[in-house]
Write a new protein. Structure first.
Length: 321
């Protein structure tokens, strides 16, 4: 039996209609895997040994009562076979410190998904730079003059921070925008923080597609997130709605470019954001859209992910306790 631990945001705050962690954990419960629940603050390191204060978790398919905690306990993380890191951004130093702690669990034989080093190395915005053949014109800088030159060249651009999620603090800026200076000042902290600029892609009107990859291989359908009226951002968190779409040949080509690198780095579950023909982000911390795609196409992506994870545990000859 596989002992599964999960580190996530408070489960009482999620919406089970759209929460991907819930979908994954439900698939684990269907396999009778015991689930050990922890939040970021429950983790600690004692003389180099990683521990967690955990609660045993049971899930229900009920929008009014979707979970129940069982007994509380404190365990060394190496008592687990598998640990899912599903804490949402912001990607800040607390997040980085958590990956160091999880790396100690990994060193003691626990399969951590996604790999802690990869979570640190693969910034969800900047990681597109490893695949310039797939991405739109992109700039990462903290200097106003660089951003202005990029705006002068492309006339219509997107500016966004490097450590947030859900469309937070994402701005569309035109060459004649009277607010351009204050936007740059706010995002860069007066040239003290790196930010990303990308050419605006008019194909956003056809949706910002989320493509899920499991061990480097794509789910054959994407969720095209459509922006609400008057809004540039298509994120579901800001009111966008999702439409299912079969992957295009270009989508599949992008997956072929990115997938092997994800496999090499131990990123078992990732979400690519694709607008038109271009890769704009690579989500590795807590990719979403499982529930929506399951609902539209009758899939069980959580089960597919656990199949891939179970294969890795077998390949690594890990003893399942």
């Amino acid at each position: 039996m596989i002992k599964l631990g999960v580190v996530m945001d408070p489960i009482g705050s999620i919406s089970i209609k759209k929460d991907s962690t819930y979908a994954i954990l439900l698939a684990a419960q269907n396999r009778s895997w015991p689930i050990y629940y922890a939040e970021q603050g429950d983790l600690y390191l004692d003389d180099g040994v990683p521990y967690a204060r955990i609660r045993h978790l049971t899930l229900f398919r009920d929008t009014q009562r979707w979970f129940e905690f069982g007994d509380e306990d404190t365990i060394a993380l190496d008592q687990l076979d598998l640990l899912l890191m599903r804490k949402d951004p912001p990607f800040d130093m607390e997040y980085v410190h958590t990956t160091y702690l999880l790396e100690q669990a990994e060193a003691r034989g626990v399969l951590v998904v996604n790999r802690p080093q990869a979570l640190r190395d693969a910034n969800e915005k900047m990681f597109t730079a490893w695949f310039p053949q797939c991405a739109p014109p992109t700039l990462v800088t903290r200097r106003y003059q660089d951003l202005r030159a990029f705006l002068d060249e492309h006339n219509d651009i997107i500016l966004k921070p490097l450590g947030s999620m859900g469309g937070e603090s994402v701005f569309r800026v035109g060459s004649k925008d009277p607010n351009v200076n204050v936007i740059m000042e706010t995002l860069t902290g007066y040239q003290q923080r790196f930010i990303m600029a990308q050419q605006y892609l008019p194909d956003i009107k056809h949706g910002d597609k989320r493509v899920l990859l499991i061990d480097g291989k794509p789910v054959p359908y994407a969720l095209a997130r459509m922006a609400p009226p008057g809004e540039t951002r298509a994120n579901l968190a800001v009111g966008g709605h999702g439409e299912g779409k079969e992957l295009s040949p270009r989508d599949r080509w992008i997956c072929e470019q990115v997938g092997p690198t994800l496999q090499e780095r131990g990123i078992v579950f990732a979400g690519l954001d694709i607008i038109g023909d271009f890769l704009t982000e690579i989500n590795v911390t807590s990719p979403t859209c499982i529930r929506e795609l399951d609902s539209i196409y009758g899939l069980d992506i959580g089960a597919q992910l656990l199949d891939a994870i179970e294969s890795k545990l077998r390949i690594d000859h890990k003893m399942i306790r």
